[in-house]
Design a binder for this molecule. Structure first.
Ligand SMILES: Cc1cc2nc3c(=O)[nH]c(=O)nc-3n(C[C@H](O)[C@H](O)[C@H](O)COP(=O)(O)OP(=O)(O)OC[C@H]3O[C@@H](n4cnc5c(N)ncnc54)[C@H](O)[C@@H]3O)c2cc1C
Length: 461
């Protein structure tokens, strides 16, 4: 499809909409919006625009749609699959200045925010009211970017992913039409669920301007444990048993020994370098949590755990979670010059041990170095496989390993991506994962965005 270019005439029209302060063609700004956190080829947009309202976004989309100019919504650019890279140039709509908490309804446990709000900052405000928004991708993501990728994280196992917290949204369609989807009711059986359609659409169907989120009361008590095993299968089998036992952990994370090693070095921890589980429970009473941890300890014992450290204080617990959030950074710092390609498969929980084992086998067979960790309780495996994209033969091996691992996950009834989205990197798995329903997805795209202006080149070509 031939796209239109941003000429002086369009620039003038955009300036009329947002003023001259909120539009830039500066080299460093274009460069900043040419890449995310992935290895995918950079591409600068023609122009970056910072809208302040749904009305401004609507006018820009109308103009772009008329001229078939690509538009890519932008949150914080922390994606890992090339999701916000403007591969066809055009306009990047950076939502970061739409960063207001519009309405906090504590009595309903709901908040209405603009899409550019950073979720960590939102949670700081909410904590003063005894509330929180649980999905936690770790990086400094915006709510719009979390909606775009249907982000989740450590606490998804208990509370759910971004999609589970969205009650209603204001979105702008490529035609410029502003629509409100969803309601503020916690449950609804009314018609097609358009919120769910737009969540995870990676900016390919609409721009999200405003989101009403469901919130959770901050847990009164928490308890954490660090458990270590050898070999790795005993750790991953324990995860499966904990999930089957009826217990409801708020976090259940797995790290293999090399991951523990890099985290120890980078985050100054002194964990034994063995397959490890980080486990956390949330609840209303310390006594109840103690009971749950006792049950977990028993399960771990049955799987020959080597160490079970519970009774971790607040400070130590925070340090552990900070270390867990810092895994990717730790891997990068410990392996300068290498790029870690990230696997993000998720499988039904009974297949988790097989998934981890298969991943390690593939990486070993290809003579590569990899780190395995992930949101194990949700069946989500991250393997970071090291390579240098410029070294073609070696990078080819990394990509082959990725394919073998993802295909295994799909054969287990799983997915190529548990939380990072398709972007550019996972497009090649869409056919195998979705079969005929991929055609329906294309038809939906065609219906909502007939000119293909919204974030072209993502999810599918
Ligand atoms: C170190 C590290 C750790 C990470 N860990 C996790 C993790 O544990 N879990 C997880 O889920 N992710 C994780 N991520 C990935 C990333 O942080 C998330 O996907 C996050 O939600 C992206 O948010 P963002 O604001 O940076 O969005 P961006 O990267 O800017 O955009 C994401 C997508 O959403 C679209 N988009 C952005 N804003 C809007 C909008 N207003 N309307 C419509 N579309 C929009 C973009 O076009 C793009 O396709 C991690 C990333 C890093 C770097």
């Amino acid at each position: 499809m031939e796209y239109g270019r941003v000429t002086d005439r369009e620039l003038e029209s955009i300036r009329k909409i947002v003023g001259s302060e909120r539009i830039s063609m500066g080299e460093s700004i274009l460069e900043l919006h040419s890449k995310d956190e992935s290895f995918h080829q950079r591409r600068k947009p023609d122009v970056v625009v910072w809208p302040l309202s749904a009305a401004e976004i609507s006018q820009i989309l109308k103009l772009a749609n008329e001229k078939r100019i690509p538009v890519t919504p932008w949150g914080a650019g922390t994606s890992l699959e090339g999701n916000p890279i403007p591969v066809e140039g055009g306009i990047v709509l950076d939502l970061q200045q739409m960063n207001h908490i519009l309405e906090l309804r504590t009595e309903d446990l709901q908040v209405r925010v603009e899409a550019g709000v950073i979720y960590k900052e939102l949670n700081q405000t909410l904590s003063r009211h005894g509330l929180f928004f649980p999905p936690d991708p770790g990086a400094s993501a915006t709510i719009g970017g979390m909606v775009g990728n249907n982000a989740s994280g450590i606490r998804t196992i208990k509370y759910g992913a971004t999609k589970d917290f969205i009650l209603s949204m204001v979105v702008i369609l490529p035609s410029g039409e502003i629509i409100h989807v969803g309601t503020n009711a916690i449950k609804s059986s009314s018609g097609y669920d358009l919120c769910r359609l737009f969540v995870g659409s990676e900016g390919t169907l609409c721009v999200v301007a405003e989101v009403t989120l469901r919130l959770i009361g901050l847990p009164a008590e928490f308890m954490a444990a660090v458990v270590q095993f050898n070999p790795i299968r005993e750790a991953t089998d324990t995860v499966i048993q904990i999930m089957r036992s009826g217990l409801s952990p708020a976090a259940l994370e797995f790290l293999d020994a090399p991951t523990v090693q890099v985290v120890n070095q980078f985050k100054k921890l002194s964990l034994e370098e063995r397959p490890t589980l980080f486990i956390e429970f949330h609840g209303v009473s310390a006594a109840g949590l103690k009971e749950e941890l006792e049950m977990v300890k028993e399960i771990c014992g049955e799987n020959r755990s080597l160490r079970f450290d519970s009774g971790i204080g607040r400070e130590e617990r925070n340090r552990l979670w900070e270390a867990r959030y810092g895994v990717r950074e730790s891997i990068k710092v410990n392996n300068p010059g290498f790029y870690p390609l990230v696997i993000d498969t998720a499988v039904p929980i009974s297949k988790y041990s097989d998934m981890v084992e298969w991943g390690q086998k593939v990486v070993g067979k290809k003579g590569l170095k990899g780190y395995a960790f992930g949101h194990a309780g949700s069946g989500n495996l991250h393997m970071e496989i090291l390579g240098i994209p410029e070294e073609k033969a070696q990078w080819q091996k990394v990509r082959e390993a990725e394919e073998e691992i993802v295909h295994f996950a799909l054969e287990c009834g799983g997915t190529a991506t548990g939380e990072h989205g398709i972007g550019i990197g996972k497009k090649k798995f869409m056919k195998k994962e979705h079969g005929a329903s991929l055609t329906l997805m294309r038809q939906i795209k065609e219906l909502l965005d007939p000119n293909g202006i919204m974030n072209p080149g993502k999810i599918f070509d």
